[in-house]
Design a protein around this ligand. Structure first.
Ligand SMILES: *Cc1c(COP(=O)(O)O)cnc(C)c1O
Length: 224
């Protein structure tokens, strides 16, 4: 099947209101172009260099999402144009996003990556740490970051019950944050970015507002 057909199939399976981020990492600009021509505008990459390269080669109305682990010293390369950073996983990284956003005179929409997976290898801030951060109002220091919600990477498993439980715990963490944060301080904290090719249906059933789907659209990745 073509990228266009696979994109249409994924979109048809997503409930209304769930935003699709097409994860184009490792695929050439031509593949992004094919999805773009079919109407897709949100694309996700997990490496800064690839994100910067594709941004320079492709139409300027594409909304680029940084979804992978982000090193502090590379924030400056994407700060001028990135649509959303999904993978803020430390206070030190938030400090750098704030610094670079200020330099660019931008407010950068950002998600906190929370570690809700049972698997120990996954990245992200511990849920208790995230909850305490917002309850203490620490987010109010970041004038150039718009806190838009939470993101998670689920455990790599085909146990659907476990995946559902992990997605539910991200949704519960979001509710807890909204309850505990200073009143009115998180007006845009609405996103739950969870779900990938293998599990976006389960994520959507459990409150996902945004899914990151790569191989189901672009085919298998070819890592050399
Ligand atoms: C690669 C990647 C995805 C997409 O994975 P698929 O299984 O190909 O859909 C989603 N999120 C992140 C953070 C990724 O790195």
């Amino acid at each position: 099947m073509s990228v266009r057909e696979q994109l249409a199939e994924v979109q048809a399976r997503l409930p209304q209101g769930v935003r699709l981020v097409a994860v184009s990492k490792t695929h050439p600009a031509a593949a992004v172009r094919e999805a773009y021509d079919a109407g897709q505008r949100d694309f996700g990459e997990n490496k800064v260099q690839e994100l910067v390269d594709k941004h320079s080669q492709l139409p300027s109305d594409i909304r680029w999402h940084m979804i992978g682990h982000l090193q502090r010293n590379k924030v400056k390369y994407i700060a001028p144009f990135v649509h959303m950073i999904h993978s803020a996983d430390s206070v030190a990284l938030l400090d750098e996003i704030q610094r670079q956003a200020l330099r660019c005179n931008r407010v950068i929409p950002t998600l906190i990556e929370a570690h809700v997976a049972r698997e120990e290898t996954k990245s992200g801030m511990l849920p208790d740490h995230v909850a305490a951060f917002f309850a203490a109002g620490e987010h109010l220091r970041y004038t150039n970051i718009e806190f838009r919600g939470l993101m998670c990477m689920a455990t790599y498993t085909d146990d659907r019950a476990q995946l559902a439980a992990e997605f539910q715990s991200l949704a519960a963490l979001s509710r807890e944050i909204l309850r505990a944060a200073p009143q009115g301080s998180l007006p845009d904290f609405v996103e739950l970015c969870m779900g990938m090719s293998a599990d976006y249906d389960i994520a959507a059933q459990n409150g996902s507002t945004m899914v990151r789907v790569g191989s189901a659209i672009f085919g298998q990745r070819d890592y050399r």
